[in-house]
Design a protein around this ligand. Structure first.
Ligand SMILES: Nc1ncnc2c1ncn2[C@@H]1O[C@H](COP(=O)(O)OP(=O)(O)OP(=O)(O)O)[C@@H](O)[C@H]1O
Ligand SMILES: [Mg+2]
Length: 230
């Protein structure tokens, strides 16, 4: 579904030059659940942002469903992202003045689609928040806010869900609930790429891609048979 071919990303020049990604190649197949790990500054967010079309590459190619997306203009990128790729951040980035339901509806409203309250409510239900639909973010716990953010990410039926430290702001139990949701979404066929610092979090994925200094230095496959290591 996604092919990253020999991608580099260089910031700045001269003394300020930083090679954030150094000739990375990675193929992501439909139904994959990949964790990206690595030390701070190793290029994890840069890689995720490139996949999400939030960041340009310096060289290489990015293909989404066999289509080159690295050389598209801003407008084309936005429409691809809206349709196919959804993002969940460590800071939930909900709009504080809107209710949970309105936040979930937002991506549809941006696309000019109205009257989908039932769909949004169903998704809120699937993340266990149907009783919180009319609450504002300030009235919700961190885990609940992240579940709203995940519901919002899902409302456009994306083929690819990207998450940068989605449980980074949570206590362990709340993080486990969010990861349970990711497990469920992946079982239902959603492709997920998640950045994390936490090995226990990464083990929810099927595979960990380990970055160091902008390069992939290892790929570790997680055996989930019997669920013993989840
Ligand atoms: N806009 C930018 N301008 C210049 N350098 C940047 C920019 N964005 C990232 N970098 C540099 O690129 C490198 C990789 O950054 P990136 O944010 O991808 O790291 P990361 O692995 O996500 O780190 P962390 O775990 O701290 O979030 C870092 O050295 C960073 O300083
Ligand atoms: Mg980062």
């Amino acid at each position: 579904m996604l092919k990253i071919k020999n991608v580099s990303r260089i910031f700045g020049e001269g003394d300020a030059k930083v090679v954030a990604l150094n000739n990375i190649s990675l193929q992501v197949n439909s139904g994959d659940f990949i964790a990206i790990m690595g030390p701070s500054g190793s290029g994890k967010s840069t890689l995720l942002n490139i996949i999400g079309g939030l960041e340009r590459i310096s060289s290489g190619e990015v293909l989404l469903e066999e289509q080159r997306v690295d050389n598209l203009d801003e407008n084309a990128l936005v429409s691809i992202r809206r349709g196919k790729i959804a993002y969940v951040f460590q800071q939930y980035h909900l709009l504080p003045s809107l209710t949970a339901l309105e936040n979930v509806l937002l991506p549809l409203v941006f696309c000019g689609i109205n009257g989908q309250d039932k769909k949004a409510l169903d998704i809120l239900k699937s993340v266990g928040l149907e009783k919180r639909a009319q609450h504002k973010p300030s009235q919700l716990s961190g885990g609940e806010q992240q579940r709203v953010a995940i519901a919002r990410a899902l409302v456009n039926d994306p083929v690819l869900l990207l998450a940068d430290e989605p449980t980074g702001n949570m206590d362990q139990q709340t993080g486990q609930d969010i990861l349970g949701l990711f497990d469920q979404l992946n079982k239902e066929g959603k492709t997920i790429i998640m950045v994390t610092h936490d090995q226990a979090v990464a083990r929810h994925a099927r595979e960990t891609v380990l970055l160091r200094d902008g390069q992939i230095i290892d790929r570790i496959y997680h055996d989930h048979k019997g669920g013993s290591n989840r």
